[in-house]
Design a protein around this ligand. Sequence first.
Ligand SMILES: *[C@@H]1O[C@H](CO)[C@@H](O)[C@H](O)[C@H]1NC(C)=O
Ligand SMILES: *[C@@H]1O[C@H](CO)[C@@H](O)[C@H](O)[C@H]1NC(C)=O
Ligand SMILES: *[C@@H]1O[C@H](CO)[C@@H](O)[C@H](O)[C@H]1NC(C)=O
Ligand SMILES: *[C@@H]1O[C@H](CO)[C@@H](O)[C@H](O)[C@H]1NC(C)=O
Length: 232
Amino acid sequence: SQSIKPSSSHVLGSGAGAEIDRAECVIRMNDAPTTGYEADVGNRTSLRVVAHSSVFRVVRRPTEFLNHSNNMAIIFWGPPTKIGREAKGTLYRLIQRVSMTYSNLSIFTITPGKMRKFDSLFQKETGRDREKSRSWLSTGWFTMVIAIEICDNIKVYGMVPPNYCGRRPQPKRMPYHYYKPRGADECAIYLQNERGRRGNHHRFITEKQVFARWAKSYNITFSHPFCIFSNN
Ligand SMILES: *[C@@H]1O[C@H](CO)[C@@H](O)[C@H](O)[C@H]1NC(C)=O
Ligand SMILES: *[C@@H]1O[C@H](CO)[C@@H](O)[C@H](O)[C@H]1NC(C)=O
Ligand SMILES: *[C@@H]1O[C@H](CO)[C@@H](O)[C@H](O)[C@H]1NC(C)=O
Ligand SMILES: *[C@@H]1O[C@H](CO)[C@@H](O)[C@H](O)[C@H]1NC(C)=O
């Protein structure tokens, strides 16, 4: 069995760590740490999917994220102008250096051609052009698509259903990330991003609607909050 561990604070107090660690493959996102949160999120990482905007946060904490003796993989995603081979920019060079320094890591960068495929999948699933709607796909989107490609069945921890933030009465405030207890409220971030028109936002809720549909065709279940889409 396989799992993805998103970064939301719904996992706090779940005690799901041991269960997550039993999965064949544990996928984490961006700079979500395990140290200090093992009981709820486990302590193994097989694959980490990291956005261009999180590269510095990951590189700054090598003991937590990079210097692992087991073979762990990292997939970096981002605009080709930032992380692409042709860009030869700061981020590209930083990723190169990480892969030379931590030779036990398997490091991948999503190629420009593959980036376009993620966009066209989004358009196919939502009828919306990602670029024209001036939004970014989220790390959750990349992670879910990658998980579907590599895993037979997927258990997602900590992801709320698409209608969650529209519920009345409004759900109680929850920090967006379990490792930033004083960070912004999750629903505030989701709703603000979903309505954003000016670029640099993510369609978190639209993406979750797609995940809910995919859950019916792929073996995806959701846990903490437990619920909702089961595929039988
Ligand atoms: C974490 O790792 C250690 C050693 O590999 C293990 O004994 C422990 O039970 C693991 N899980 C959690 C939830 O801490
Ligand atoms: C990785 O960790 C080991 C100890 O576990 C240490 O000896 C080594 O210097 C570290 N490597 C880097 C590049 O930080
Ligand atoms: C990389 O793996 C080898 C073989 O498993 C191990 O001896 C070495 O300590 C590892 N390096 C780091 C930085 O953990
Ligand atoms: C879905 O995955 C679960 C384990 O998470 C497994 O028990 C079940 O048999 C799978 N169902 C299908 C249809 O593959």
